[in-house]
Write a protein that binds this ligand. Structure first.
Ligand code: PLP
Length: 475
């Protein structure tokens, strides 16, 4: 299995999994993608059906990761997907709401959002690869809440890894602050920036663009374009499919609350591998760039100033980074076309494919889309509570809202639960008039001692911090 960039640079010298794992963007600004997808036969699918989550994860992942010995990969996977970490041996259990309407519960990991599923794997994988290469990494990231905490809980205590996480000062929910800032591990460094999320993101870019600094201080990333995260997310689409069907002639649709297009891209890859998926429903909130594309063929990423702050904040994204990976499949894998489309995004603010052959090809990939509003989320959270007596979070509500418009008789609909309501208490109180249940162990989280620095919007200060910590710990 070899990987090359969506924009085609160096296609004659494709790379292996471990090489791209630590690299982030390809040198030409594109994203790495396998040169072909492994396609499963009917027989192979049947063999996967009875497997446990960890065994299934191994079977899917080893097809993408052929430069880690099988025994080692199996160990990493077994260490990651345990009842201790995810609260249940099923890892992503199905909760049936009614006939042919299911929730896939992906949020039982340490930070109560689906990002743990991939990030926990990445934590073990990084530790393994870095040890093999006698290397270390300083992960520099920016978060508006979920990614940062998932990364920190995955990387805390891991050898060879430090995390420097920037977050907007006093902009995250009290629960999210408590989750991140109460970590006392010395390889986790929290920095609160007096600004908004985009200011944090700009600092990360400024530091990473200083190539000399980046190399000297081994700066890396775990943002949502990381291919290792996507691979790990493919697994639960298979798990869910097997959980709601009896045989492989049945088709299933998935509804996915989407922001950076990472989660639903994993569904697309599962489908390309031969999983019988009928529709992949891309659900957005008011930030509807993706909905607009799937409805009109126009892709117009918004400017930061036009990105709305909503009650499903983890989907407040103006530019869906992983979308470029799907584009390559859409344009018959011609990187020159992707290059041109992305040039238009950079220079003209977007592109429109509604008049070309690609637009007519789009339905073959099974995507459907929809957007929802704050009022929709509140209504869905109330309905689900009244009808099924369970609490869902605002992002999951976005998914269910679009799912309910596209249910088909006889086709199971699986809605991905992407976070637990406890993370977004204020919105649940608004919808239901009471606080959401908290999983055990989280009762007094806001009362724990917190450890973080507050800084102005200044990349130089962040660099100085990295130099001090790395130097001080003998990096
Ligand atoms: C990250 C996140 C999303 C969006 O997922 P993408 O992979 O970026 O599309 C949706 N819901 C929650 C709760 C998230 O944390």
């Amino acid at each position: 299995m070899k990987y090359s960039s969506t924009r085609g640079a160096d296609a004659e010298h494709p790379k292996s999994f471990c090489d791209i794992l630590l690299e982030g963007l390809a040198p030409d600004g594109g994203l790495y993608l396998p040169q072909t997808y492994p396609v499963l036969t009917e027989d192979e699918l049947t063999k996967l059906r009875p497997l446990s989550y960890a065994d299934l994860a191994y079977e899917i992942m080893h097809r993408f990761i052929d430069d880690i010995p099988a025994d080692d990969l199996r160990k990493i996977v077994n260490k990651t997907y345990t009842k201790e970490v995810f609260g249940t041996g099923d890892i992503t259990p199905i909760h049936t709401l009614e006939k042919n309407l299911h929730l896939l519960k992906c949020s039982n990991g340490p930070t109560l959002a689906f990002k743990d599923i991939a990030m926990q794997f990445l934590g073990h994988l990084f530790e393994y690869v870095l040890a093999k290469r006698h290397a270390e990494i300083n992960i520099l990231g920016a978060t508006s809440g979920d990614t940062g905490s998932a990364a920190e809980y995955a990387m805390k205590g891991k050898k060879g890894v430090r995390v420097f996480m920037l977050s907007p000062h006093e902009k995250m929910s009290p629960f999210q602050c408590a989750q991140m800032f109460s970590l006392q591990d010395k390889n986790i460094i929290n920095v609160a920036v007096r600004g908004v999320f985009d200011d944090c993101q700009d600092i990360v870019k400024a530091v990473s663009n200083d190539l000399e600094f980046k190399v000297k201080y081994k700066i890396g990333a775990v943002n949502s374009i990381n291919w290792g995260r996507i691979v790990a997310q493919v697994v639960y689409y298979f798990k869910a499919y097997f959980a709601v069907t009896k045989s492989n002639d049945e088709k299933v649709s998935f509804a996915v609350p989407s922001g950076n297009f990472g989660n639903v891209l994993a569904g697309h890859i599962a489908r390309m591998m031969g999983l019988p998926v009928k529709h992949l429903i891309v659900a957005t909130n008011e930030n509807d760039v993706l909905d607009e594309f799937f409805k009109t063929g126009k892709y117009r990423p918004r400017k930061t100033a036009d990105t709305r702050q909503t009650s499903s904040p983890s989907m407040d994204i103006s530019k869906a980074s992983n979308f470029e990976r799907f584009l390559l499949d859409l344009v018959w894998r011609d990187p020159a076309v992707v290059r041109e489309l992305m040039r238009k995004v950079d220079q003209e603010g977007g592109f429109d494919i509604s008049h070309c052959e690609y637009w007519h090809r789009l339905p073959a990939f099974g995507f459907i889309s929809g957007a929802s509003s704050h009022a929709d989320r509140m209504r869905i959270i109330r309905n689900v509570w009244e009808r099924y007596k369970i609490e869902i979070d605002t992002h999951t509500a976005d998914g269910l809202r679009v799912a309910e418009q596209h249910r088909e008789p006889g086709v199971p609909m699986v809605c991905l639960e992407t976070a637990l309501p406890a993370k977004f208490e204020a919105s649940i109180v608004e919808a239901l008039g009471h606080k959401p249940a908290r999983p055990t162990g989280f009762d007094e989280i806001e009362a724990r001692p917190q450890r973080f620095d507050v800084i102005e919007i200044d990349a130089a200060v962040v660099k100085a911090k990295i130099v001090a910590v790395v130097g001080g710990q003998g990096g």
